[in-house]
Design a protein around this ligand. Sequence first.
Ligand code: TYM
Length: 347
Amino acid sequence: MPESSPPPARPRVLSGIQPTADSFHLGNYIGAVRQWAALQEDFEPFFFIADMHAITVEADPKVLRERSRKSAAQLIAAGVDPQRAAIFLQSHVPEHAQLAWVLMCLTGFGEARRMTQFKDKSAKGGEGAASVGLFTYPMLMAADILLYRPQYVPVGEDQRQHLELTRDLAQRFNHRYKRTFRLPEPYILKETAKIRDLQSPDNKMSKSASSPTGIIEMLDPPSQSAKKVRSAVTDSGTEIRFDEAAKPGVSNLLTIYSALAGRSIEELEKDYQGRGYGDLKGDLADVLVDFVTPFRDRTLELLDDPAELDRILEDGSERAAAVASRTLADVYDRVGFVPRGPVRSAR
Ligand code: TYM
């Protein structure tokens, strides 16, 4: 059945990042944001800062505001082009919350409870201490995505389950009412889907779980990040070889090296044949410094002009709202809400 809003001229790509840290970490960049910059060439891009998701756990208002602008600056410094991409704050487009409500009404309680992120996060303080917002987080995320009818959603591996729920909800809505949503496809690059903690390479690099020495913050002074790479945990043995099961530490360093230097893992393995872990870590530290230095400088420069940054976000939210409002109008119509126009003007 045809959709009532016209299909976009170019397929869309959409993704989001939470402003819950002072800096993006290397996992955010290599696992996700790098792909955003690459995909903006061939797709109509929508990238946003998930500030509404950020308050599912307690957040200081002043810090949240700072981090939201900082996140936008980092996206631009990482190569997302505000001319091409709509870069916006989730809270600036109220349709996200409005569609989330409709999707919550389509989600089973048990289905929501099975989401591993909720289980993990609520396990820390007990379910009683977790907010209802944390519980409904995946439905807001589904709304973020479905409003824009994107083809691809570039994310890291940890978001896969959320994308599966998003597809299920889209399908359920399409089936129950009328075909409205495109089924989005996760865009998860196998090689870089899970960047690991430098100190405990069995775990992913994570803003909430990594120790300060296990995580590379992209806005930290580059010399500090170089030091962390040089003291990264490696594995027993001496051989530099990609083998995630037997050598998770070395494999992680090779993955990061390959992504930042644009060289294949095989090529790196060949280069480091017969050389020690110290050589690999020293060279990767240099590659990292060369990468983060201009990224950091550009971010700080953008933050020096908050008016320009706010202008970019305003422009982005206008472009986003133009799409989101059309989708929401279709959804409201299909679920049976009465349009408000004529009633209002008669008052
Ligand atoms: P967030 O803010 O935790 O992370 C942003 C992106 O970084 C990826 N990522 C990683 N990739 C590889 N290795 C790692 N160690 C690593 N750590 C983080 C994440 O997978 C993510 O792609 N729920 C989302 C934000 C969100 C969203 C959306 C994303 C809200 N609405 C709609 C896509 C579409 C989140 O918390 O990402």
